[in-house]
Write a protein that binds this ligand. Structure first.
Ligand SMILES: [Cu+2]
Length: 135
């Protein structure tokens, strides 16, 4: 019995050891109301301190009906991106005029001070929950 417990712990330790070569951190998340309240754009800096690139490929939120990773600035033809690559030992800034996470379809009109919870999904680093306060 003791041996089985030991093996289980070893397996857990193995899963938690640095198997991921991408190490993602998200900083300065902020949410901005756009398009007269029809969209919230979430901006942030995503840093990869690992030795392999990673890809932000999806996002989920309970705050709105739809959430999309958008590749370009807010204009008529800004469109959904398949994903955003975060280079190894590099960083990507989602910022005004560039890529952002777009939320649409709100139960109530968003307002300043609302806290938007988003879960980001990375190919290597897995899922990462963040919170952004609406400016
Ligand atoms: Cu957008």
């Amino acid at each position: 019995m003791k041996k089985i417990v030991f093996l289980s712990l070893a397996m857990i330790a193995g899963m938690m050891s640095p198997g991921f070569a991408a190490e993602i951190t998200v900083s300065n998340p902020v949410a901005v109301i756009e398009d007269g309240g029809k969209e919230i754009a979430v901006f942030m800096t995503i840093t990869n301190s690992g030795s392999d690139p990673d890809v932000l490929y999806s996002a989920k939120t309970p705050f709105s009906k739809d959430i999309v990773i958008m590749s370009g600035k807010m204009d008529a033809d800004h469109s959904a991106a398949a994903g955003i690559e975060i280079p190894a030992a590099g960083a990507i800034e989602l910022k005004d005029g560039g890529a952002h996470i777009g939320l649409e379809g709100f139960a109530n009109p968003p307002k300043s001070g609302d806290v938007v919870e988003v879960v980001l999904f990375f190919e290597e680093a897995g899922k990462m929950p963040i919170k952004a306060t609406v400016k």
